[in-house]
Structures are given as structure tokens and as C-alpha cells.
Design a protein around this ligand. Structure first.
Ligand code: SF4
Ligand code: SF4
Length: 324
């Protein structure tokens, strides 16, 4: 089994388009499972043209607790409202103290000051859902959706990947489409993956984000490869990004030109390689996917050539409070 995480640091650079192309192409020869690891804003099912009715199963996901005021017991002293550090408690128009479940973090500070035993209780919060559907391209897609305000997106991504592994065998390739940024969702996407495919566009923001997410991949000792999307938007910066890849031992998978067939295909809810197969972007994306197939066919040599020689050290930033 090989797990590859597609990440970019910055959002909107074409990561999901690259992920969908790789999953569709690999699935022609291999057993593939795709994981949409952006639980805050899942979109891979839309790129793959799936409808809500396509989900084969959905499981509620709950991993956090929130507080609830039992109105029959509350004596309306207002002590809880004064201490809630998240300002989740308010007085409603009927004079009841109520907790906003979207804001409550479940810290239970309110229950410590409440003078009435049992007036504030803890209950499980529904954090989101995890679901699975079989795509028309022959591979299953595992996706998740977090409810507004709920924490622990990284844990939900880990649950998705665990589900994908349960469905896998030795020959399976798991394609993980990460979220943007380098937060907990991306850390969970990269953690345990055998390789990272990093996507960048030639803008200073994306180049900076690429370096940050590459640092994360090196921390996990992952060999990584690079795709430059919309490379012709800024050819000089594209060359700089290519030079960075060469210097940092990132395998260069190719560059995809700017092509409005990509946004048009998204509007049609079809992968671009299906909606506009002869477009310049589709041709370039298919070349990238074929190179990924080549990597898998020669996995051991590729892994030895591109794996980092030593892990990226963790450098905490220590801020000393004034006076120390
Ligand atoms: S559990 Fe914490 S966050 Fe929630 S209402 Fe009580 S004090 Fe506020
Ligand atoms: S502290 Fe307890 S009794 Fe007082 S308003 Fe809050 S829930 Fe009601």
C-alpha cells in the first residue's frame, strides 16, 4: 500500500484538480482510494461530478463535548455568563441563560461557578460526518464535513485515513487531497504518508507556502515531488520554483499552463481531463499523472533517491513574557 498526500500550503492553486487527475489515471491500472482531507471545505466530490444521493454511507462524527444549561434547574443567577472565556453564554429574550453550541468549547468553567448541582451538564457535540461513495471512475472516495465551529479537523482527517486503510490491501494506492495551509488537517494528511506531491503556482504567496509545506514533508521524512500549475502566469518565478525543486531534491513532475478549461470543467462538475480532454491543461495534467504512475512502478529506486537524508528539526518559537 502506498499513501500519497497532495498538498500546497496555499489554497486555490489547483491541488484538488491534480489529485482528481492522479486518482482517475492511477485507477485505470491500480486499486485506488481517494480521501478528501479538507473537512472544512470538501470539494473533491464536486470535481468528480458526484451528487448528494451518491453517498453510500454516512457516519456521524463526534469527538467533543459542549455544555448545556438545564432550564428547570437554573436559578438565573448569571454567574456562568460572567466567567465563560468564550462568551458562549447569553441571556435570551425570555430571561433564560443559554449556551451557543457553535461557540462553546466544552471547558466547563461555567459549571465550576454554578451554585446549582446539575444545572449545567456536558453533552456530546455532533462535530460532523464522514461518508463514502463509489465514483464512476471505479474508485471509492472518502470525504468528511465538519460542522461550523467544531474543532479537531486533524482528528477527523486521521479517521478518514484510517477508514481508507481498513478498505485497502497491499496493492492499494491512497490519494489524499489535503486542505490548504499547514494546520492540523495538513499535518494529519501528511503524517504517515509515503510521499508528498506538492502543488504550487508562480506567485510569491504560493512559493512561500510551498516552502512551508515542504518543511513539513521533510519533518515527516517524506520524499516529495512538485507540480507547477498556471506556470505561464509568471515564467520567471516558475523558473525560480523549478530551481528550488532542484536544489532541495524535489522530483519535478511537470508544469500545467493556465487554461480556462479548468474553471469551465468545474462549473460543469466534471474533471477537466474528461470535459476538455484535448485542452493544454488536460494534456499536461495527464503527463503529470503518468509520471506518478512511473514513480509507483519504480517505487524503491524513487524513494531512495528523493527521501530526505535527515528529518527537518522542529524549531519552536519561544516568546518570553516581559520582565523575564
Ligand atoms: S463549557 Fe466553557 S465555553 Fe462552554 S459555555 Fe461553559 S464556560 Fe463557556
Ligand atoms: S450559573 Fe447555573 S444557576 Fe446560575 S445562571 Fe448559570 S446555569 Fe443558571
Amino acid at each position: 500500500m502506498i499513501e500519497m498526500a497532495i498538498a500546497s500550503g496555499k489554497g486555490g492553486v489547483g491541488k484538488s484538480t491534480v489529485s482528481a487527475t492522479i486518482a482517475i489515471t492511477l485507477a485505470r491500472k491500480r486499486k485506488v482510494i481517494a480521501v478528501d482531507a479538507d473537512a472544512d471545505a470538501p470539494n473533491m466530490h464536486l470535481i468528480l461530478g458526484m451528487k448528494e444521493s451518491d453517498w453510500e454511507w454516512e457516519e456521524p462524527y463526534s469527538d467533543s463535548m459542549i455544555a448545556k444549561i438545564i432550564q428547570e434547574k437554573c436559578i438565573k443567577c448569571g454567574e456562568c455568563l460572567k466567567v465563560c472565556p468564550y462568551r458562549a453564554i447569553s441571556l435570551d429574550p425570555y430571561g433564560n441563560y443559554v449556551i451557543n453550541p457553535v461557540i462553546c468549547e466544552g471547558c466547563l468553567t461555567c459549571s465550576l461557578v454554578c451554585p446549582v448541582k446539575g444545572a449545567i451538564v456536558r453533552e456530546q457535540a455532533l462535530s460532523g460526518i464522514m461518508r463514502m461513495a463509489r465514483t464512476k471512475y471505479g474508485f471509492p472516495l472518502i470525504s468528511a464535513r465538519l460542522n461550523p465551529g467544531r474543532p479537531n479537523t486533524g482528528k477527523l482527517v486521521t479517521e478518514e485515513k484510517t477508514k481508507a486503510k481498513e478498505m485497502s490491501d497491499q496493492e492499494t494506492v491512497i490519494v489524499v487531497d489535503s486542505a490548504a495551509g499547514i494546520g492540523c488537517q495538513v499535518v494529519s494528511s501528511l503524517a504517515g504518508a509515503n510521499m508528498a506531491i506538492l502543488v504550487a503556482e508562480p506567485t510569491p504567496a504560493s512559493f512561500n507556502a510551498l516552502k512551508r509545506v515542504h518543511t513539513l514533508a521533510k519533518h515527516f521524512m517524506q520524499p516529495a515531488a512538485l507540480v507547477i500549475n498556471k506556470w505561464d502566469m509568471n515564467q520567471r518565478l516558475s523558473q525560480e520554483i523549478e530551481a528550488y525543486a532542484k536544489e532541495k531534491n524535489l522530483d519535478f513532475l511537470g508544469k500545467v499552463p493556465y487554461d480556462d478549461s479548468i474553471p469551465k470543467s468545474m462549473a460543469l462538475m466534471k474533471p477537466v481531463i474528461e470535459a476538455f480532454p484535448d485542452s493544454p491543461a488536460s494534456i499536461a495534467l495527464l503527463e503529470v499523472a503518468e509520471r506518478v504512475e512511473g514513480i509507483l512502478s519504480d517505487w524503491r529506486n524513487w524513494f531512495m533517491k528523493y527521501r530526505p537524508k535527515k528529518p527537518e528539526p522542529y524549531k519552536p518559537v519561544i516568546i518570553k513574557p516581559e520582565g523575564f
